[in-house]
Design a protein around this ligand. Structure first.
Ligand code: GRF
Length: 223
């Protein structure tokens, strides 16, 4: 994505279906005047989704496009696409949006459509990732922000955060630990994109000026 000219903020369209805590993280980040992106529109496919309420106080434009009002996926997505473009959206952020998108939509927004997923992709695609991570006995879990490709939970990885899985974790305690990190990495990924520092090269993401984390995490700790 080209660098932003003249301090213009990148216009985000955030798609939600539910509670919208990742949307909140983006709202909070964009409240900072130095943040290089702004939310132009929030779209929910679920009327009354809690995330919509979060837009009221900051005065963010919202739309409800209920998939149940459409005959098929294509017509639902055509409306979604039209609404996003009409609002000048430049980057679409899926934030707990619980509809699978067709290849047409995904390819129409190629490299301008990102998602946050509560696992260290490519492990644990799909639903109930935290319960499956506990069940599998992995020592680390985490979350991923990635560009969206037509296959589910697939696409070039932009940012990941890893968290330890504790021996007494259940799906809920692990999900809470991961969610805290989701709220850090989604605004981070959007900022990197808005700063024009993110490039996709051969389905890998390169980030200009990115410092890699130095520490090795070992779980359980060596003691
Ligand atoms: C998050 O765990 C996100 O990673 C996943 O759906 C959940 C949405 O939560 N894609 P919220 O609506 O942002 O609170």
């Amino acid at each position: 994505m080209a660098e932003r000219k003249g301090g213009k903020k990148l216009k985000l369209g955030v798609l939600i279906s539910g509670r919208g805590s990742n949307l909140q993280a983006l709202i909070d980040a964009s409240a900072n005047p130095d943040y290089p992106a702004e939310i132009a529109l929030v779209v929910s496919n679920v009327p009354g989704a809690k995330g919509l309420e979060r837009c009221r106080q900051p005065g963010i434009a919202t739309a409800v496009i209920n998939h149940k009002d459409f005959e098929d996926r294509e017509s639902f997505e055509a409306e979604l696409d039209k609404t996003l473009r009409a609002q000048g959206v430049e980057l679409v952020c899926l934030a707990g949006f619980m509809r699978l998108l067709t290849d047409t939509f995904v390819n129409g927004w190629r490299d301008r459509l990102i998602n946050i997923h509560p696992s260290l992709l490519p492990a644990f695609k799909g639903l109930n990732t935290q319960a499956r991570a506990v069940e599998a006995g992995v020592r680390f879990a985490g979350c991923t922000v990635h560009y969206v490709r037509p296959a589910m939970d697939d696409g070039p990885i932009i940012v990941q955060a890893a968290v330890p899985v504790h021996a007494d974790d259940d799906a809920d305690t692990l999900a809470a630990r991961i969610l805290t990190q989701e709220h850090r990495i989604y605004p981070l990924a959007v900022r990197l994109i808005a700063e024009g520092r993110v490039r996709v090269a051969g389905e890998r993401v390169l980030i200009d000026g990115a410092q890699s984390a130095e520490e090795t995490l070992i779980n359980p700790a060596e003691r």
